[in-house]
Design a protein around this ligand. Sequence first.
Ligand code: F6R
Length: 260
Amino acid sequence: MEVVIVPDARAGGELIADAIAVLLRQKPDALLGVATGSTPLPIYQALAARVSDGAVDASRARICQLDEYVGLPPGHPESYRSVVLREVVEPLGLPASSFMGPDGSAEDVQAACEAYDAALGAAGGVDLQLLGIGTDGHIGFNEPCSSLASRTRIKTLTEQTRRDNARFFDSVDEVPHHVITQGIGTILDARHLVLLATGEGKAQAVADTVEGPVASVVPASALQLHPHATVVVDEAAASKLRLAPYFRNTYATKPEWQGL
Ligand code: F6R
């Protein structure tokens, strides 16, 4: 995988928005997989700014969700559908029809998971999947010890992830216990994986992902199996990387035409 160390979250957002801009120039109807949470917001803001100043035409882009809470009432402001509509689809000026996600309120959750996995394939596959990382190394909501071959399915959140996400709700008791998440195998099907991690709280998970063995106890380490995975980290999130000087040198000497 390629590791890019940037000064701060804003720089990470700008760099990844540029990579998305290049993709949309090459493939205007690219399917862009989006993550929720705090980390990717600078990407969405940087991309929306490029669209509003006319530097990027995202009018044919398609957006798909990585995961979703199970059991929140439809339209709940913290359902990931609502978040993606608010933070990505609307700022990019896209119609709701350009967006797909799993149905977290389905009566038959298993069928909804299978239908979503199949729909991603039928849509031609994800061109670029944005990822955050949990403090426990999760990607999507594939918590530690998720099968590296898993497909979209229902998962139980760890108490740590529920506490981490309580800031979006009035209390931790309101954070659902269950989620639908693209599986690790599903995520690995995307053509390009781009993980952004910022802040010291992610430093250990980043070091385990990049420099540790591939192991389901650190789900993000599965990125090592992907032929085109990019990990963008700020200085704080890079602080436990033994190979940080090597990554800096590799990126600094990379031919510009290679892109991310
Ligand atoms: C959410 C998701 C999660 C988050 C992770 C980090 O769609 O995919 O894996 O990326 O929990 O969340 P933040 O960015 O809020 O620290």
